[in-house]
Design a binder for this molecule. Structure first.
Ligand code: FMN
Length: 194
């Protein structure tokens, strides 16, 4: 199973693109699950270290739904709008809250495959910086990051939305980068089905 996590608080460009990515993977025979931060209560990590002692996060909120999905996932897609040249605060909160999973099981993420999608309002607005932030999260947790490769999708799928849903739908280059990244992601997942 592949889980796609949308880091936008809106039902706009990032959600549209991630949904399309999951549809592409379903068409290739993979099972997918969609999770969004939109409308969810996901608190910041408090660094209370409760998870180090009790192997579970002390905060009782919607992050626990995602914990379950991440456990079952072989592949993880993190999609974010670009906020100030990086990931959204909502996606950062998700990444930080994963500390509890690693506290419970050091190898929780090891061997899973990851890919990133970023959507900026500007043509050159920090999409690759946001992806690098996601890739850093992948690497330090033992998730293998996959990009679409050179000639079109260098670090992953990057979109220019012009701040609108209509804008992202017209971003042909963005969808090219998505197709290339999805192809590699599926290849690395080894076509094992789910
Ligand atoms: C707080 C904030 C910061 C933003 N910073 C950037 C930025 O650094 N670079 C950029 O290209 N777009 C920036 N944007 C624009 C969003 O990335 C863009 O509108 C994107 O399409 C939003 O995704 P969504 O439609 O899924 O909500 C910012 C938007 C907000 C709200």
């Amino acid at each position: 199973m592949i889980v796609g996590v949308c880091g936008s608080p809106r039902k706009k460009a990032t959600e549209f693109v991630l949904t399309r990515a999951l549809e592409m993977l379903e068409e290739m025979g993979f099972k997918t699950k969609f999770f969004t931060v939109r409308g969810k209560e996901i608190g910041f990590c408090q660094h209370c270290d409760y998870c180090l002692r009790h192997k579970i996060c002390r905060l009782k909120d919607d992050m626990h739904e995602l914990y379950g999905l991440l456990k079952d996932a072989r592949g993880i897609i993190l999609a974010t709008p670009v906020y100030n040249g990086g990931v959204s605060a909502q996606l950062k909160a998700v990444m930080d809250r994963c500390r509890a999973l690693v506290a419970a099981d050091y190898n929780f993420f090891r061997g899973k495959i990851g890919m990133a999608i970023s959507v900026g309002g500007d043509r050159i607005g920090g999409q690759e910086l946001a992806i690098q932030q996601i890739h850093t999260f992948f690497i330090l947790n033992g998730i293998l990051p996959v990009s679409g490769g050179s000639f079109g999708a260098n670090l992953g799928a990057t979109f220019w939305s012009r701040d609108t849903l209509e804008g992202v739908k017209e971003d042909e280059e963005g969808f090219r980068s998505l197709r290339k990244t999805i192809r590699r992601f599926a290849e690395v997942l080894g076509n094992l089905g789910d």
